[in-house]
Structures are given as C-alpha cells and as structure tokens.
Design a protein around this ligand. Structure first.
Ligand SMILES: Nc1ncnc2c1ncn2[C@@H]1O[C@H](COP(=O)(O)OP(=O)(O)O)[C@@H](O)[C@H]1O
Ligand SMILES: [Mg+2]
Length: 286
C-alpha cells in the first residue's frame, strides 16, 4: 500500500488508472469464478457465510481465494484464527495467506501497523485500496474467489461490483427482521441496476432451538428471506438457524463447516453451497 498520496498531473493520473485497469483485468482473467457476499445490513452473518463458503469450496477441491474488503471491520482473519499473520511479497505481487489446502486469504487487517488500528479513510482512498488489492495481489490461477463485503451500498461493494468482471454474481445475506429486509432490498436493487446476477438470498439466524425444551424460538422472526426472494424475483438459497456453536467456533477462529460436517447446520449449509455451485456452473457451461 502507498504510504502517502503523491501530487501528479491529471494526465498522469489517467494513465495510472488505465494501467491499473489492465493489471486488474489480467489478474481476474486467471480466476474462473468470482462471487461477492453482500447485505444491506451489518451483523447478519456476511463474514461467517463468506468464510464458510470459501472453506466449503476449498473442501470440494476448488482452489479458492477469500478477499476481505470490509476495511472498517475486517473479521475474516479472526474467523480463521490467523489475525497476526504477515503477508509476504513476491516478484509477482503481494502473496495472499494460505490457511488450509486450497484456501488463500487476503485482508486489510494484515496490512495495518498494529492490531486495533482503525482505518479512517474517505471514499477515494477506500476505492484505491480495493483496486490495489485487485491489481497487486498475486492469487495466481484460482477456481473461485469469494469477496466478503461490508454492509450497505457504499464505496467498497460498489468498487467490487464495478472492478471484478465478470462477476458470477452476489450471494445476499439477510436475517428475518423487517429492517434487514428493507436494507437488503436496496442492496439487491443496486446489484440489479449494475446488471450483475443475484445468485440468491440466504436467511441467516432463522430460528433458534432451545437446548432445554427443544422448542424453536424465532428470535428475529422467520420467512423474510423467502418473501424477499419472491418479491425481488431472486432465487432463495435456504435458511441457517441461530446456533451458539456457530458464534463460539467463529470467535475461536474455527469455521463451523470444518468443526462438524455432520451437524444439521453444516448439512444445510452444504445444500446452499451445492445450489450456488450448480447455478454458476450452468451459467458458464462448465
Ligand atoms: N447462524 C448463526 N448462529 C449464531 N451466530 C451467528 C450466526 N451467524 C453469524 N453469527 C455470529 O453473529 C456475529 C455477526 O456475524 P458476522 O458474520 O460478523 O456478520 P456481518 O459480517 O454481516 O457483520 C458474529 O459473532 C457471528 O459469529
Ligand atoms: Mg463482516
């Protein structure tokens, strides 16, 4: 990352942007499938889903990259237990961090001077950082790139949607509350407005089974995801329950899909992964 802004002429600036566009196109051409995970709302489980999606594809044998562009809340390294890692440089560019067989990751967290340093950047700087991720990171040949976005329709998701081309599509995450649905609706409209496919919507934190009486309690409500999918004419990928284990594992840096592949939530998640896999392979004729 550049430490300081340099003063350069408009002409020079245009040339640099063009060179970076070319570098991004070249890098992206080496990646077969690209998926962005988004939501209009924060705290709905985007990072949890992005991490587990990346792990699931890696387990299926896809050489996968996971790029965390949540510049203000980069949670991916913590969720994979590698928050103190340092990236290496190679003559081909910055090397992403290998975290397991078939899975490399990149996060702004690895580039901050110290843990807890906040990023206080305005729009153009954020756009610049993400474009630099895309142009300077040497992923090499990948089967799959998953991008974890911050909430909303701001600079980061917009840069991702405009710079990664072609994007197979967006996986939209919601929780069952009405407020989440309202925010997700805006996000879906932004993606559609850019003529990018929405691969589908996942309703996360959908119901909680009381460990004592085994009754289901719908803490955040239920069914908003399905209703939204019908209203917005996008596929419904499925729902995931609220589970203490998911949060605990995540805090310990262990994706739930790796901890117990036979659990109910892992099985539900793998069904969602298969739906996404079918959609993207049908579209490209793989
Ligand atoms: N299905 C779930 N059950 C329990 N906890 C969950 C579930 N999904 C996400 N969480 C937890 O909720 C919190 C927010 O999730 P996160 O993935 O960081 O959301 P976002 O990226 O949308 O802000 C995290 O602590 C995460 O572990
Ligand atoms: Mg997140």
């Amino acid at each position: 990352m550049k430490a300081e802004e340099e003063t350069i002429s408009e002409e020079e600036q245009k040339k640099l942007i063009m060179q970076q566009d070319i570098a991004i196109i070249k890098r992206m051409n080496d990646i077969n499938h690209k998926i962005a995970v988004m939501s209009g709302k924060g705290g709905v489980g985007k990072s949890t889903i992005a991490v587990n999606l990346a792990v699931a594809f890696a387990l299926k044998g896809y050489h996968t990259g996971l790029m965390d562009v949540d510049l203000h809340g980069p949670d991916v390294p913590h969720m994979l237990g590698v928050e103190n890692a340092i990236l290496q440089q190679s003559p081909l560019g910055i090397l992403p961090l290998n975290v397991m067989e078939n899975l490399d990751i990149l996060s702004i967290e690895f580039m901050l001077p110290s843990k807890g340093s906040p990023i206080i950047w305005r729009g153009p700087k954020k756009t610049g950082a993400i474009r630099q991720f895309l142009s300077d990171v040497s992923w090499g040949k990948l089967d799959m790139l998953i991008v974890d976005n911050p909430p909303g329709t701001g600079d980061e998701p917009l840069t991702v949607l405009q710079s990664i081309s072609p994007l197979d599509g967006v996986v939209m995450v919601t929780t069952p509350q009405e407020v989440a649905g309202e925010d997700v609706r805006k996000c879906v409209n932004m993606v559609k407005g850019l003529k990018i496919p929405v691969l589908g919507i996942i309703e996360n934190m959908s119901g909680f089974t009381c460990p004592h009486c085994k009754k289901e309690i719908n803490i955040f409500g239920k069914g908003e995801g399905k209703e939204l999918s019908e209203e917005l004419e996008i596929p419904y990928l499925g729902s995931l329950p609220l589970e203490t284990q998911v949060r605990e594992k995540s805090d310990q840096g262990k994706p739930f899909i790796l901890s117990d592949q036979e659990s109910e939530i892992s099985k539900k998640f793998m069904e969602i992964v298969s739906k996404i896999e079918n959609t993207i392979s049908n579209k490209r004729g793989d």
